[in-house]
Design a protein around this ligand. Structure first.
Ligand code: SIN
Length: 314
């Protein structure tokens, strides 16, 4: 249990207890068995797998990740071991005694259904359906198509018995968020992960007069500090739209305890760490816990959940 001094950093998402409110984001240091086991040994509050596809994938050509002082850009292209490998690994990860979240992706609806059915049998604690990978050439982000999202969720829901959530792309217009609310309700979604990277950004190195990653002519998903306001806006908007009833895992720009605190104020129930974990390694969890606990103590909150949704408006 993550209790720092008198501060309770545990949380609960869709009825599942997490020993810490911090965990890795799908994609960050979670592709191989070795990485997943290293997460198990770390202070992460959950082990989140890389988004898995039907076939194993080596992903896009390198360089495909680039970190810079205020964030990162990636176009990994879903490198992963394939769902059958994760179905074998997930039961072995139980020994670490923390929740396991299986991230499920695919290219057509039937991929998602096929993977979800088998992965559900390997008994992860939760399944996160990734509707938002921006990096596979020619494949649009499903979360930007409300009808396609609804069709897919209806099918996947039928084969999933553990709590099912979705990882959504960032939305930039309230009309799009409002439209998704009905889709998510009808789809039986039990938690949200907000947000995936801000897709199809472009980072330019003026010295080399060049893009910084190879795939898609340099276009890729942005993460880290620069996307925090977009992440917070989506967490806050969905928190309000669902009246605080649906747990939200906030992702985007969690580099410090204070960043996590901002996510909780906006309504997050837990947070995922992407760019910071890639850059800093597993020690990031300990630092983040320490920073968040110190901040909560200074502010007089006894737990992370005590400040959830408490953002003041002017
Ligand atoms: C990737 O593998 O390209 C990133 C996955 C994602 O953003 O969902």
């Amino acid at each position: 249990m993550s209790r720092r001094g008198s501060i309770d950093l545990t949380t609960t998402v869709a009825g599942v207890r997490f020993p810490s409110c911090f965990m890795n984001a799908a994609g960050a240091r979670c592709v191989t068995r070795e990485e997943l086991e290293a997460l198990g040994r770390s202070r992460t509050g959950a082990i989140v797998t890389k988004s898995m596809t039907v076939e194993p994938r080596s992903g896009n050509p390198e360089p495909r990740y680039y970190g810079f002082p205020t964030g990162s850009i990636n176009s990994m292209g879903l490198p992963n071991l394939g769902y059958l490998a994760y179905a074998r690994i997930i039961p072995e990860l139980r020994k670490f005694g923390k929740p396991i979240i299986a991230s499920v992706a695919g290219f057509v609806e039937e991929d998602f259904v096929k993977i979800a059915r088998v992965i559900n049998e390997s008994r992860p604690d939760l399944i996160e359906v990734n509707l938002s990978c921006p990096n596979v050439p020619g494949e649009p982000q499903i979360g930007y198509d409300a009808q396609a999202s609804e069709r897919l969720l209806a099918k996947v829901r039928k084969v999933v018995s553990v709590p099912m959530g979705v990882k959504l792309p960032p939305y930039f217009d309230p009309a799009h968020q409002e439209k998704m609310v009905g889709v998510l309700e009808r789809g039986g979604v039990e938690f949200l992960s907000l947000i995936n990277s801000v897709g199809n950004g472009l980072v330019v190195d003026p010295d080399r007069e060049s893009v910084v990653i190879k795939p898609k002519g340099g276009f890729g998903g942005l993460g880290g500090s620069i996307i925090k306001p977009v992440a917070l806006a989506n967490v806050r908007a969905f928190w309000k739209l669902f009246g605080g009833r649906l747990p939200i895992i906030g992702t985007g720009g969690v580099c410090s305890g204070s960043d996590a605190f901002e996510h909780f104020l906006c309504g997050a129930t837990a947070v995922q760490v992407g760019t910071t974990l890639v850059e800093e390694g597993m020690g990031a969890f300990e630092r983040l816990e320490h920073e968040l606990a110190s901040l909560l103590e200074k502010k007089g909150y006894a737990s992370v959940l005590a400040c959830r949704g408490k953002l003041k408006e002017l």
